[in-house]
Design a protein around this ligand. Structure first.
Ligand SMILES: NC(=O)c1ccc[n+]([C@@H]2O[C@H](COP(=O)([O-])OP(=O)(O)OC[C@H]3O[C@@H](n4cnc5c(N)ncnc54)[C@H](O)[C@@H]3O)[C@@H](O)[C@H]2O)c1
Length: 440
């Protein structure tokens, strides 16, 4: 074992290590907080000065991180935020948690990862551990991160005086049971020494660390997990489309199938995929495989079905209004829920945005309510604001579409006052009212 490795392990074990986390978003902030709670001295870096100012004031902007948890860590000096990469110059470990979106062409946009890696290369020094957490295609850590860290005039040897690893973030925003600490952390290093170092980094902060044999295996673990979800959601969405044609209630079918104690796991249909993981990550994998002349057929098919779901919702709205001798054009349509899933404030890739704009395109007068989303940006720089969920508003709509099944909603109240409800989540199951309900 090299002296640098021994020093790094000692600092991680006795918690004197300084840890930098790049990207203070849904992933980076909860991770930084868990590192700080474990006793490390943590610097969170973000390019947005307003986020940094808020964090340094001890205020959280991520619902899963209560201000009551964050503030004492800031006050005790265990966590501070910065916009300056120079502040990371004496870190023992750095985690990169920046976005990995898709370009308009559906190809991976690695620009954030590359920008962060180039900055880390400038503060690279012997004994540093660098961990990529952003979801990405297999090969990124070795092919994109490593050459940058070893370039820039840094005369370092990976596994001896520089340690590089990948560890997929598995955060599930809004999950009341599983957070950073009690979700096992998969780690893969460039060399065995890198695995040892990254394991030592996470062990004080998470209940269980799961090492795998390479960075590419760790990258692939995340893509398997999210592809598994995307494909199963695609399958159950297609079941919903088939049940609709057969006149069968898909929700009843899933509930009954779930009684099987082995070999079945329920997934639920919905208005379409949202968030920055499930709709995007599998496409990182299919993009990489295209380079190797392989077509990832399950991924492509699931993506095709899942992206068609907002159009199916528009079809249900149109059919529902038709029963009342009304057209979508000119109808007042209320959308309930803008977030991509229940009880969170994240609207990235939300199918509600598609549904809202598709209805508008067809000439409907659309408005929305979401207790977590005060306003949303629509195409053409337009902004829509959440309206109050009043009896008057519900009664004034020709149709109300439940897109996100927030637990805060009073579904009896909604069914009592809205004339027609299109329920894309089975949220009204077991609730009563005067509304005519059409379920996905
Ligand atoms: N949100 C999730 O549920 C989730 C779950 C698992 C994995 N992931 C993955 O984690 C990564 C981060 O996702 P997120 O949801 O936290 O994104 P986010 O947009 O919430 O946060 C990313 C942060 O990085 C900052 N940033 C961008 N470029 C930067 C740079 N060069 N230097 C410093 N900061 C920079 C942004 O300002 C932002 O605050 C993505 O790869 C995503 O796919 C997300």
């Amino acid at each position: 074992m090299s002296d640098y490795q021994q020093q790094l392990l000692d600092r991680l074990h006795n918690r004197t290590a300084k840890v930098g986390v790049i990207g203070m978003g849904y992933v980076g902030l909860p991770l930084a907080v868990e590192f700080a709670r474990a006793g490390y001295h943590v610097i969170g870096l973000d390019v947005l000065p307003e986020k940094v100012a808020q964090l340094n004031a001890g205020e959280s902007y991520i619902p899963d991180v209560p201000t009551e948890t964050l503030a004492p860590l800031v006050q005790s000096g265990h966590l501070r935020a910065t916009t300056t990469y120079d502040d990371l110059v004496d870190m023992d470990a750095i985690s990169i948690c920046v976005p990995t979106p898709l370009r308009k062409t559906k190809d991976p946009d690695m620009s954030y990862v590359v920008a962060a890696a180039d900055e880390v290369a400038k503060v690279c020094h012997p004994g540093l551990l660098v961990v990529l957490e952003s979801t990405t295609y297999p090969g990124t850590t070795d092919e994109v991160i490593l050459p940058r860290l070893l370039g820039n005039g840094n005369h370092l040897t990976v596994g001896e005086d520089l340690f590089v690893a990948f560890s997929p973030e598995r955060v599930d925003p809004g999950n009341p049971v599983y957070g950073v600490r009690n979700t096992p952390k998969v780690v893969g290093g460039v060399t065995p020494a890198c695995v040892e170092a990254v394991t030592a980094l996470y062990e004080p902060a998470v209940d269980r660390v799961v090492p795998v044999s390479s960075t590419a295996a760790a990258e692939m673990v995340k893509l398997l997990e999210n592809t598994f979800r995307a494909v199963n959601i695609g399958l159950v969405n297609e079941m919903a489309l088939m049940c609709s044609r057969l006149g069968v209630d898909v929700w009843e079918v899933i509930a009954a199938a779930s009684s099987k104690p082995f070999g079945f796991m329920p997934f639920y249909p919905g208005p379409g995929l949202g968030g920055h993981c499930i709709p995007i990550d599998p496409l990182y994998l299919s993009w990489k495989l295209r380079e190797l002349n392989y077509t990832a057929r399950f991924i492509e098919l699931a993506s095709e079905i899942n992206t068609s779901m907002p159009y199916h919702v528009i079809h249900l709205v149109s059919e529902g209004l038709n029963e009342d001798c009304k057209s979508v054009k000119g109808a007042r349509i209320g959308v309930l829920g803008m977030a991509y899933k229940r009880d969170i404030d994240d609207v990235r890739e939300s199918p509600a945005l598609d549904i809202y704009e598709l209805l508008e395109t067809k000439g409907a007068h659309v408005s929305y309510n979401d207790p977590y989303v005060a306003s949303v940006r629509l195409s053409g720089e337009r902004v829509a604001e959440s309206v109050e969920l009043s009896a008057e508003w519900l009664a004034a709509q020709d149709c109300v579409v439940i897109v996100t099944d927030h637990r805060a909603y009073d579904y009896d109240f909604i069914l009592e006052h809205a004339p027609l409800v299109i329920d894309t989540r089975n949220a009204t199951n077991g609730h009563q009212g005067r509304a005519r309900v059409v379920k996905l």
